[in-house]
Design a binder for this molecule. Sequence first.
Ligand code: PLP
Length: 474
Amino acid sequence: MKTKNEILKTIPSVDQILTLLQIQKLNNITSHKNIVSSIRETLENIRQEIMNLSEEEILTYDLSLAQLIRQIEKTIEKNTTMSLRPVINATGVVLHTNLGRSLLSEEVKEALWSVASEYSTLEIDVDTGERGSRYTHVEKLLCKLTKAESSLVVNNNAAAVTLVLTTLAKDKEVIVSRGELVEIGGSFRIPEVMEQSGAKLVEVGSTNKTHLKDYENAINDNTGALLKVHTSNYKILGFTKSVSTQEIVELARKHNLPSIEDVGSGVLIDLTQYGLSPEPTVQGVVAAGMDIVTFSGDKLLGGPQAGIIIGKKKYIDLIKRHPLNRALRIDKLTLAALEATLKIYEEEEDIINRIPTLRMLTVQKETLYKRAQELKDRLTSSLENFAQIKIEESQSQVGGGALPLEKLPTYVVSCYSENISTSQLEKELRYADKPIFARIFKDRVCFDMRTLTDKDIEDIDKSLKNILKNNGGY
Ligand SMILES: *Cc1c(COP(=O)(O)O)cnc(C)c1O
């Protein structure tokens, strides 16, 4: 019987492996240095594996050279592909935070790459040749689109809220309704953001009901601001009362206090005309008189990750000058993408189709059905009898903490195979050349057509075929 040590001794050395023809061929794919470190990594993993073998497993353990080479190739592949890379979103969740939220418009590409690869007008005044401000590139556009007096853009909306509160209400009390103490995924919680900013949270009302007089009774000499937070990822239904933007504005004015609203999702067009539930539009909140409004760039706006702050010039000027702003400042790539996105809104032509997020949210059911038919036809012909393929009606989600109750009617293509368990199939799809994220429903893997492109349909077909082939399908 072999001992662990004897097995360990049969592992070839790095130098021996390097002389193998199959390994030498890899020189075309990656550098020598990468190959050597990947061989080392693989050998170390194999050593560990052997050390962890049980007595029984030792008896049957066998490491062939072919297997070893395959493992090395896998390690090289893992070490040479980008960790951050494109995937296929077949979940139907449009603003999928973990998959990157909004997709940028095709038209943004050029703006983004030219600013990335060349020097730019980032902080220079072309007229005078003197130093300028990076915010000018989007400030006018934002003011034009929202009718606000002034604007500023930072890293994300969490940063925006923190910066606004710290500038306007540090060491002072900020009054918020108990029904609006929102938690957004990724540990953004209003009470904690408030604490970070140095403002003191004063909760008023109850979870389901807050009245204007609750705010009024809480105002004192130490009050710094009134804050309204859009409950973007939940709704309180039934016996409820919340205070409107308008009412908060009037109360704040009466007491000479700044009014702040975090609208979160930041929609600029009325989506009810496409059958979606009403969401406060940014312009609507500005028109109601809010002094400061903050929202995300990559939710319903459909742009890059950013936190947009708009409102009264006297407050925005203070916020711009706050030292924390420097730490939260937006980079040139984001600015380029944001300007190009906002220009689409400015042109007012075919906005819904040019902004991918809006296109996916408003796509017609017939279009989804056609796409489903195409995927089904492809899969049925390439997978023959190795999988059951069906078109089913289902519901997709908006995601990103926007329109929480919205269930968008959709079509999915669902797949079930006797040869592989549904959970294993879902997992192997994630390991595809271009990883595919699907959802599982009633023990079937489902591809939601809402978030898929024509190219994705081809890729899903290819990957599924591969997976079923390797699982004894063909
Ligand atoms: C999403 C959201 C945030 C956080 O925005 P990020 O851009 O993700 O930082 C804050 N407040 C509300 C109400 C939100 O919906």
